[in-house]
Design a binder for this molecule. Structure first.
Ligand code: ATP
Length: 211
C-alpha cells in the first residue's frame, strides 16, 4: 500500500525496523571516514536489494544524488529525526529483578541515546537501592512520579502475573510506548504501542534450528 504523504503511520513496519539498522550502518561508515555510500553497498550490509533501499528511503523524502549515492552523516541525521532518536529518549523501568537490573546496568543504551530516569519495584527491600546511579522507587509512587517526569518509553520487567495490572496503570498515566519483557499477552488501547520481547520464546525458535 502506498503511504499517504506526510503520514508516517502508513510506512510498513518492516521499513521502520530497517531505519534503525540503516542508522547503525551509516554510523559505522561515518566512523570509517567515508563521505559517500551507494544504495548498492547499503543494501549489501542489510542483505536486501539496492531497489529496496531506494524504496525504503523514498517513504521519507528525496535523498542522495544519482550516480553519487548518499552522504552517510546527512542521511543518518535525517533518519534519526524520522525515528525520533535525534534527542535523548527517557526510559522508566518497572520491576528491578534480575533482568531489570541487567538492563539498567547496560551502558549501550546511553550511547544509543536512551536514558533511564526512573525505576520502580514492589519489593520494599529493593526500594531506595541505587542501580547505576538510579534510585529505585516504590511502585506505589508510580502515578506521582510519572506525572512530573518526561518518560517516553516504559520498559516492563515484572513477572507475567503482574504485567497487565501495571500496564493498565501506565495507560492511565498517559504512557503510550511500552517495551514488555513479561511472557504474556497484554491488552492495550489502540493509541498505545506495546512491543513484547519473549526471550524464552526466541530461544525456543532458535532451538528448532539446532536439530
Ligand atoms: P528477584 O529474585 O530479585 O526478585 P527475579 O528476576 O527473579 O528477581 P521476578 O519474579 O521476575 O524477579 O520479578 C521481577 C521484579 O519485578 C522483582 O524485582 C519484583 O519485585 C518486581 N515486581 C513484581 N510485581 C511487581 C509489581 N506489581 N510492580 C512492580 N514490580 C513488581
Amino acid at each position: 500500500m502506498e503511504p499517504e504523504k506526510n503520514n508516517l503511520r502508513y510506512v510498513p513496519k518492516s521499513v521502520i525496523k530497517r531505519l534503525a539498522l540503516y542508522c547503525r550502518i551509516l554510523h559505522r561508515i561515518e566512523m570509517d571516514g567515508l563521505t559517500r555510500i551507494s544504495s548498492k553497498i547499503l543494501a549489501q550490509f542489510l542483505g536486501i536489494t539496492p531497489a529496496q533501499v531506494r524504496k525504503d528511503l523514498a517513504y521519507f523524502g528525496q535523498f542522495g544524488v544519482p550516480g553519487f549515492g548518499y552522504n552517510p552523516h546527512d542521511l543518518r541525521i535525517h533518519l534519526k529525526k524520522i525515528l525520533g532518536t535525534d534527542r535523548i529518549i527517557n526510559l522508566a523501568i518497572i520491576g528491578v529483578g534480575n533482568l531489570g537490573k541487567a538492563l539498567l546496568s547496560y551502558v549501550g543504551f546511553k550511547t544509543q541515546g536512551f536514558k533511564f530516569i526512573a525505576a520502580f519495584d514492589l519489593d520494599q527491600r529493593k526500594v531506595g537501592r541505587k542501580i547505576n546511579e538510579l534510585k529505585v522507587s516504590s511502585i506505589n509512587e508510580l502515578e506521582k512520579i510519572l506525572k512530573d517526569s518526561d518518560v517516553d518509553i516504559v520498559v516492563l520487567t515484572v513477572p507475567a502475573n503482574a504485567a497487565q495490572e501495571v500496564v493498565d496503570r501506565l495507560v492511565k498515566c498517559n504512557i503510550t510506548a511500552i517495551l514488555n519483557f513479561a511472557p504474556i499477552r497484554i491488552d492495550v488501547p489502540s493509541h498505545v504501542r506495546i512491543h513484547s520481547v519473549d526471550l524464552a520464546m526466541e530461544l525456543e525458535r532458535l532451538s528448532f534450528y539446532l536439530r
